[in-house]
Design a protein around this ligand. Structure first.
Ligand SMILES: [Zn+2]
Length: 262
């Protein structure tokens, strides 16, 4: 989003070329008409959604899901996966491509977009939350730590990789019961959430499978991961082999020595 803001803010849409209409809402044919001559006032992030704030009181919203990419050029061999190309009045082009086609692009009014995208159901941004508000959300809440961290309606933005990193940094097992944690432990959890997301954002994301920046640049945060993807490798803290299991229906990595179950 930082890169998109830098590259797109102030630009005017000139034309829209739709290659895969199925991923566009409400329908592909409105995009060209509604966007022509419209200026990008800002690009912001809400949870995992990219939101273009437009000069015609509309919002262009993109969710990358598994394999979506928003880039200023088409990568070699990826042309057939291009969903939509936005051309700006300065002739620069922005491509949204998606191999597995789980991504979505919405164009709605500022009144409608939150409801149709599901943004209205998102919890607060953890980077903007106070510790006491965070504790209030999770204290005595029933469920497993990882499941609750992934629930976008409680706090938004934490995905599978970050949930494992947050649990490790807090010294808690991903399957620890939240309702058994003290306020002090949840306070520590809050600090880990802010630290892990903050570092991930600072390092421009994790590029272990599909994520790349808008110029094809890889994120760098994969080099800083403590547990995710490290099955069988020694824990950086205690040298015990990292374990992989399934929690919250997702591949989950943890150290069985450093991370306690309650
Ligand atoms: Zn350890």
């Amino acid at each position: 989003v930082r890169e998109l803001r830098e590259g797109a803010k102030g630009k005017k849409f000139w034309s829209v070329d739709v290659k895969n209409a199925k991923l566009l809402m409400p329908s592909a044919d409105v995009f060209a008409d509604l966007l022509k001559g419209v200026r990008v006032l800002d690009v912001v992030r809400r949870g995992k959604f990219i939101v273009f704030v437009l000069s015609n009181h509309m919002r262009l919203v993109i969710h990358l899901r598994m394999t979506g990419r928003v880039m200023w050029h088409v990568e070699k061999g990826r042309d057939k996966y291009v969903v939509v190309t936005f051309t700006f009045s300065d002739a620069t082009k922005l491509y949204f491509s998606d191999v597995r086609k789980f991504g979505r692009v919405w164009l709605y009014t500022e009144k409608e977009f939150e409801k149709v995208t599901g943004i209205h159901r998102l919890g607060p941004e953890p980077m903007e939350l106070s510790k006491s508000d965070f504790v209030e959300i999770f204290y005595k809440r029933k469920g497993m730590l990882k499941n609750l961290l992934l629930r976008q309606d409680l706090i938004t933005g934490v995905g599978n990789i970050y949930a494992d990193e947050i649990a490790f940094r807090t010294g808690l097992h991903p399957q620890a019961r939240m309702e058994k944690l003290s306020k002090t432990q949840i306070g520590k959890l809050f600090e880990s959430v802010q630290y892990c997301l903050g570092e991930g954002i600072r390092h421009c994301g994790v590029s272990v499978s599909d994520f790349v920046g808008t110029k094809g640049n890889l994120g760098q945060h994969q080099h800083y991961l403590q547990v995710y993807g490290r099955k069988g490798l020694p824990c950086y803290r205690c040298k015990t082999a990292i374990v992989k299991t399934v929690a919250a229906g997702r591949g989950t990595f943890y150290c069985h020595i450093c991370q306690s179950i309650n």
